[in-house]
Write a protein that binds this ligand. Structure first.
Ligand code: GLU
Length: 499
């Protein structure tokens, strides 16, 4: 039986807490979330920590923080709570144990007493587990158990025939049972395996759609059989395509903090690397939504709300996709341009602070709109506009190689800066437009090009070759500070000339 589609939509992301999340996992979570939001359903976070050896402390916080950052809101989970909890598998062990016992009692599973040596022999023979305890008479099993022999509980897979199931993305998929093993459901330490635990949880948490990586497809027949053994109404399944390396070859590296592709480019793969690299969360969301699904209308840039309005698991492309990381920088600049200045200021503030600047709010408000078309990356704010937030009193005369523009020399620069001072002093106001007008008039009269005059001033007031536009920069610095800096530059150049 498959779940009737009128049931409320409840999707889940079920990561193992092994540290910062891989971008592939985040993409699976995103698709589950988009689907829940599209259908007014719930999105659940469940922590699958039954493999205690692989669990990394602090992972849950990392995962929840990453979702907060991305704007993927969780309806039920370890931090949010909910009426289907607990949402951490290690807190649900008794539930799995009782259902494992139920499967044994009902003839769908059995206790397997194979020792480590026996298993090693079978492995060496290359046969896999040969089901030697499957048909052990119950009395013999009871004797072994009474002797204290450790055992696992294994599922009884049919030995012949086929198992078939529906996948939303892939249609009907079929598997030959002869190729399948009697998988372990409960380990000898009483911990369930993934196969048992996730099904018990997906049932009890009333999950309507299971979305997970296609790597799980080979286990799909086992899962279908377990659902049937319990006699539970099955959810719908979507085995999502995975991300391949940027060159299209092989699965995207999982654990390495940075995958280096053959061209030597470092590629972020862990969610915290995207945060640290200065991407906007909406750029990362847009980027991930485009992998394996497309918005349509040839649109590559869209908001999360727009994606929610159209998202459909049925439209996911079953083919694995090369990781289109090059698109991310472009998307990021698009999102930076489209952001409101207030929002962008909120993203830039912590970066400036972390770099040690004392952030003056009024300057931040004035500078941010100038940066929107200039930043590819949030961190570009530091080389581009950090000087606004530095200690102005400590500003030093820029070096000649910064000050002297192309096709100019120190003498010409001295001339331009020297001429600019009285022009600026005479101006009644100090707005960018009037600065522009006055200095363009000077350029015309003197025979210098606009670029030479404006560039010399830019270098003098910012100490940089690249900055926000010269006159807006001067307006923000104000008349007194701009003049002070131009005089400093002038003095510096004269001294150099004299020396
Ligand atoms: N804990 C499993 C994993 O991390 C979950 C797979 C699933 O979504 O069912 O791959």
């Amino acid at each position: 039986m498959t779940m009737d589609s009128s049931r409320p939509v409840r999707t889940r992301y079920a990561p193992s807490p092994t540290g910062p999340q891989h971008i592939g996992g985040i993409r699976s979570a995103l698709f589950a979330w988009l689907y829940a939001r599209r259908h007014g359903g719930k999105f659940i976070l469940r922590i699958e920590d039954t493999d205690q050896k692989r669990s990394v402390p602090g992972s849950v916080e990392m995962i929840v923080d990453a979702f907060d950052w991305l704007g993927i809101n969780i309806d039920e989970g370890p931090r949010q709570g909910g009426s289907y909890g607990p949402y951490v598998q290690s807190q649900r062990l008794e539930l799995y144990q009782s259902w494992a016992r139920w499967l044994v009692a009902n003839g769908h599973a059995y206790k397997c007493f194979a020792s480590a040596d026996e298993l090693a022999e079978m492995r060496a023979a290359g046969t896999g587990y040969d089901r030697r305890y499957r048909d052990l008479p119950p009395r013999d099993a009871a004797t072994l158990e009474a002797q204290g022999k450790p055992y696992v509980i294994r599922f009884k897979m049919p030995r012949s025939g086929e198992t078939a199931g529906e996948d939303i993305i892939r249609g009907r998929v079929r598997f030959q049972n002869a190729n399948l093993q009697d998988a372990v459901l409960l380990k000898s330490d009483g911990f369930p395996t993934y196969h048992l635990a996730h099904i018990v949880d997906d049932y009890h948490m009333e999950i309507s759609h299971i979305t997970r990586a296609v790597e799980w497809l080979p286990s799909f027949p086992l899962h279908l059989r377990i659902w049937d053994a319990f006699g539970w109404e099955k959810p719908q399944f979507a085995h999502l395509p995975v991300l391949l390396n940027p060159n299209g070859k092989g699965k995207l590296s999982k654990r390495k903090a940075q995958f280096v592709d053959p061209s030597g480019t470092s590629v972020p793969v862990l969610i915290n690397e995207f945060i640290e690299a200065g991407y906007l969360p909406e750029a990362v969301l847009n980027f991930l939504t485009n992998i394996g699904w497309n918005y349509g209308d040839n649109e590559e840039v869209f908001s999360t709300e727009q994606a929610i309005a159209r998202f459909d698991l049925k439209a996911v492309n079953p083919a694995n996709s090369a990781y289109p990381i090059k698109k991310l920088d472009w998307l990021n600049s698009q999102k930076i341009q489209a952001a409101t200045p207030d929002y962008l200021a909120g993203r830039l503030r912590p970066i400036l602070k972390a770099a040690g600047y004392a952030v003056d709010e009024s300057i931040l408000q004035q500078v941010t709109p100038l940066l929107q078309v200039r930043l590819k990356n949030l961190h570009d704010v530091l080389p581009m506009a950090g000087f606004f937030f530095a200690d102005w009193a400590a500003f030093k005369a820029p070096a000649a190689e910064i000050l002297v523009q192309r096709k100019m020399d120190a003498a010409a620069t001295v001339k331009v800066l020297g001429a600019a001072i009285p022009i600026l002093e005479r101006l009644p106001g100090f707005e960018a437009a009037s600065l522009h007008e006055a200095l363009a008039a000077y350029a015309k009269a003197s025979g210098f090009k606009n670029g030479q005059v404006f560039g010399s001033l830019r270098a003098a007031v910012s100490g940089q070759k690249v900055s926000p536009p010269t006159f807006e920069t001067m307006e923000i610095l104000g008349k007194a500070e701009s003049l002070r800096r131009i005089r400093l530059a002038l003095e510096g150049l004269r001294q150099q000339e004299a020396g």
